[in-house]
Ligand binder design. Structure first.
Ligand code: MYA
Length: 185
């Protein structure tokens, strides 16, 4: 296995305004496929801040999330990890960041009706590069592991690249963004 993080990093402190351990984290965007309550068949991840540089997320697999009969689709499992890892970066550093690279190891199938518990850990930071990893367990057995590189960006990134009507809807109704995001930092 390659060394991780792949470059020299430092481990940052939690942001002073990061949610305290055991705090339930809000959805970051109502229309997010990973965590938004407005997305009918979305993943609806729920997350809790952990100790140190950790966040625990939970993804309950439903019949809408199947790939093979009765089993979660691998692409949706990768999506769940993207969300869980992004949540760790966003909430612990309180800086906007996007996924640049995501790698997943699928070790065991994840059945419909089970809850995947994803423990994400912020491993290190080098400039704008943030390295995070996570392990997902079903009833105590490791099913999926993932590693990712996130890159911190300015809020301008989302304004420049997002669809204007969606940006406008958020500007008119900031409640669509989770309580934890300051749209006027
Ligand atoms: C705030 C409070 C709470 C918030 C909660 C939020 C929860 C959120 C949950 C959300 C969850 C869902 C999250 C989502 O779904 S995010 C959506 C999916 N991701 C994207 O759309 C990102 C698309 N990519 C880009 O926009 C650009 O490529 C970015 C911005 C990433 C970089 O373009 P930019 O022009 O700005 O920078 P740069 O190119 O100089 O690169 C900078 C450095 O990075 C290195 N590099 C780049 N790519 C790679 C790579 N693939 N492997 C290895 N290294 C890579 C690069 O070599 C350079 O290194 P160095 O030369 O400096 O050493």
């Amino acid at each position: 296995m390659n060394s991780w993080p792949p470059v020299e990093t430092t481990v940052p402190d939690r942001h002073p305004d990061a949610p305290a351990p055991d705090t339930e984290l809000p959805e970051h965007y109502a229309h997010c496929f990973g965590c938004g309550d407005s997305v009918e068949h979305g993943l609806r991840l729920r997350a809790t801040a952990g100790e140190g540089m950790t966040v625990r997320s939970r993804f309950t697999v439903t019949t809408e999330h199947q790939g093979a009969p009765g089993l979660a689709h691998g692409g949706l499992l990768a999506c769940a990890f993207d969300e869980a890892l992004g949540s760790a970066v966003g909430h612990l550093l309180r800086r906007p960041a996007v996924t640049a690279k995501l790698e997943t190891d699928f070790l065991r199938p994840v059945p419909v009706g089970t809850t995947l518990v994803i423990d994400a850990h912020l491993d290190g930071i080098a400039g704008r590069k943030v390295y995070v990893s996570a392990e997902g367990t079903v009833e105590g057995t490791t099913a999926v592991r993932a590693r990712a590189l996130f890159i911190t960006v300015d809020l301008k990134h989302f304004v420049d690249h997002g669809r204007p009507e969606d940006i406008r809807r958020v500007a008119e109704n900031p409640a669509l963004l989770g309580r934890s995001i300051d749209v006027n930092p």
